[in-house]
Ligand binder design. Structure first.
Ligand SMILES: Cc1cc2nc3c(=O)[nH]c(=O)nc-3n(C[C@H](O)[C@H](O)[C@H](O)COP(=O)(O)O)c2cc1C
Length: 413
């Protein structure tokens, strides 16, 4: 499956509210598409919505689902409102519109919306007669005045077979609308960020190779988050099944030595063509000493494979760096956990002379859409709890952006 990220939604926390319209089934597609854009999505279902689509659908797709105003240990509507960067309700019923217009908050979705201080979008879906009813139109006017914005409704055939204005706007158009109307950040405006991602592939013969299980998801999420923060991003990627994030220049490589060659080109001999280098790629430490020009045949005995060391790319860059440019970030993927994992990351930080090491345990992150990491620097170690890689990437990028603005005052090209 290929994934792509639309940059302005990357890393955004989005609440998808769903109310009791027959169009509620389309919300599952919308939730999935929002996630593909790199957003972290939580779903709130009204009790009527659940008559049209079950929470199992969303939970099965991996989303957190909330329904009950009374279920949290604390005030759930308050914590959800504070978590969100944006709320979209699709479909929105006439009744929910009436509740919102009048400040009702007797169930979780309307209570969360009343509490939220973030952009709120509603995509109505109802019979055309309900839409054009004076009461609905007055309620819509009230919402407009309060800055709650509409997506649709669309004109066309509705569930009853009648035609008119009242159809839910298609999920793909809702996404387009949100992408166009959500502002990208500007923390990294004018900066150049290089990210490496994915595995390398070291050939044994024309049809076989040594490789690893890196999916590239973390590096791609970082590239997307940096692009969303306004940076010019070059992504050097090993073989993965991911589409390049919007606005990111991707260069594809196979082997470690190819990665080194492309990185040298992009970074420049003076190492001054980038503000930040994030080495998220899982680069092979060794490669076969000999690559057969023809397919190796099955013999009586298994062949012996001799390996030789690949260049330690990040250590070489760390050694050659003059001053603080570019900011250097390495990754440490280990099978250890806890203190042992942090120790390994700290050792890497010193040996490779980098500014940060992102430490992660393979079971917690390899190939997954979520990750749990520690960001180790010479002065501290920040623990990031389990979260979607898109959200994590956005937090890591924010942290590095702050460092860049303190250490590297001016930008360049
Ligand atoms: C079969 C069926 C379909 C419905 N479709 C819609 C609809 O598309 N839009 C709407 O505004 N209300 C629709 N309703 C009415 C709402 O479900 C009803 O007003 C409900 O109280 C809304 O609750 P909620 O806003 O909390 O989700 C429908 C009701 C039924 C029984």
């Amino acid at each position: 499956m290929s994934e792509s990220w639309a940059s302005t939604l990357t890393g955004k926390n989005i609440i998808l509210g769903i109310s009791g319209s027959i169009a509620a089934f389309k919300a599952a597609i919308l939730a999935r598409e929002l996630e593909r854009c790199g957003a972290c999505v939580r779903v709130i279902l009204t009790s009527s919505a659940e008559k049209f689509i079950g929470r199992a659908t969303f939970e099965g797709l991996g989303f957190e689902v909330y329904q009950d105003l009374w279920s949290g240990p604390h005030e759930l509507h308050v914590s959800l409102a504070q978590w969100a960067d944006l709320i979209v309700v699709a479909p929105s019923t006439a009744d929910l519109i009436a509740r919102l217009a009048n400040g009702h908050c007797n169930e979780l979705l309307s209570a969360t919306i009343l509490c939220a201080e973030v952009p709120i979008w509603i995509a109505p879906a109802m019979h055309p007669s309900m839409w054009k009813a004076e009461a609905t139109q007055e309620n819509i006017e009230k919402l407009n005045r309060r800055g709650i914005k509409l997506i649709g409704p669309a004109h066309g055939e509705v569930a009853s077979g009648d035609e008119g204005l009242g159809r839910l706007v298609e999920p793909s158009q809702i996404i387009e609308h949100l992408v166009e109307n959500t502002h990208a950040g500007s923390e990294l405006l004018g900066r150049h960020i290089i990210v490496t991602a994915g595995p390398t592939r070291e050939a044994l013969d024309p049809v076989r190779a040594l490789t690893n299980l890196s999916s590239g998801k973390m590096g791609y999420a970082i590239a997307a988050a940096a692009s969303a923060a306004g940076a010019r991003v070059t992504l050097i990627s090993g073989p993965v099944a991911l589409a390049p994030p919007l606005g990111v220049q991707r260069i594809t490589i196979e082997s470690a030595r190819e990665l080194q060659e492309k990185l040298e080109e992009v970074l420049g001999a003076e190492r001054d063509k980038a503000d930040l280098l994030v080495m998220a790629a899982a680069v092979a430490d060794y490669r076969p000493s000999q690559v057969s020009g023809a397919k190796l045949k099955k013999g009586e005995k298994p062949p012996e494979i001799h390996l030789e060391a690949n260049p330690d790319i990040i250590a070489n860059i760390g050694k050659e760096r003059q001053g603080q440019q570019p900011l250097l970030v390495a990754f440490a993927l280990e099978t250890s956990t806890g203190d042992e994992l942090i120790q390994a990351a700290r050792k890497k930080l010193i040996n490779k002379r980098v500014d940060y090491v992102v430490a992660n345990n393979s079971a917690d992150s390899l190939g997954r859409s979520d990750a749990t990491v520690c960001l180790v620097s010479p002065s501290d170690c920040i623990h990031y709890p389990e979260m979607k890689k898109a959200a994590l990437a956005s937090q890591l990028v924010s942290r590095w952006a702050k460092d860049i603005s303190e250490r590297l005052p001016s930008s360049h090209d």
